[in-house]
Design a protein. Sequence first.
Length: 80
Amino acid sequence: MAKLKKDEKKPNWFVRTGKGIAKFFRELKSEITKKIVWPTVKQTFTNTGVVLLAMLIVGAVIFGLDFGLEKLFGLVMKVA
């Protein structure tokens, strides 16, 4: 912020905050356009497919464990 002369008043809080927010978004846009490498459409679909497949596999494993342990617990309770 520039130095103020003796007879100048500094801007009010809203003006200073607004300028700070505007600066933040200008710098954010600059970072996004220069430094972020966005995936192609093909990469996005491939990655989505991998995630969905992993979710299905983990879900099947959890279902299998739950089903198996439930049956085992049922057998133990029937014996006891």
